[in-house]
Write a protein that binds this ligand. Sequence first.
Ligand SMILES: C[S@@+](CC[C@H](N)C(=O)[O-])C[C@H]1O[C@@H](n2cnc3c(N)ncnc32)[C@H](O)[C@@H]1O
Length: 205
Amino acid sequence: MYQNEIKKINPSYFDDKTESILSELEKTKENFWNLDRYCANFLNMLIKINASKNVLEIGTSNGYSGIWILKALEELNNGGHFTTVEFWEKRQSIARKNFSACSNLKPEPKIGSAIIVLEDLLDEINNKKREKFDFVFIDANKKEYIDYFKLVDKMLSDKGIILADNILSHYEKVENYVNELFSRKDYQSQIFDIGAGMMLSRKNN
Ligand SMILES: C[S@@+](CC[C@H](N)C(=O)[O-])C[C@H]1O[C@@H](n2cnc3c(N)ncnc32)[C@H](O)[C@@H]1O
């Protein structure tokens, strides 16, 4: 018999300081549109399973998901680098504090409209000033997912991963993104019915 209602993850996986900050942030997750812990754990595990090195997040908010990303890179201990984009300075300043309280790794927070920041990052990659990303987490303006993808596709390494949130909660807004990914022979994708719905895509070459 299926026990669909049982959704368990380790209740306290990290050090006490990180756990206490995560628990505090979970009290206001509706105000900051954060992932739930179940999806954040999934994100953290995917980064580790993929042994990702350069991770990009589009939509920092107060840094809740970013903490889970940083902790994955910390555990991998592979010299990994975390870049995260947010247009709301006040939110990202909270995120920066949360990051430094939870991890010794130095993330790269970028303030600005995602498309402009992505174009700059792509320029840097094309000019060999930056390595390609091997993991991208998309969680900003739902209507822009398709535009993020057009840029992310060019900056994603072979076998790179894209995880996008709010696929089921905002399907009308992200439908063109979903259709594009499913139409692409160079990506394998699947939608997971967890949290607000997450689409996982892997670049095949
Ligand atoms: C769903 S929240 C991100 C939540 C975060 N990933 C977490 O789980 O903790 C989306 C964030 O993206 C930001 N955002 C929305 N549109 C954006 C855009 N076009 N450029 C940059 N940031 C944007 C919002 O200000 C908001 O803080």
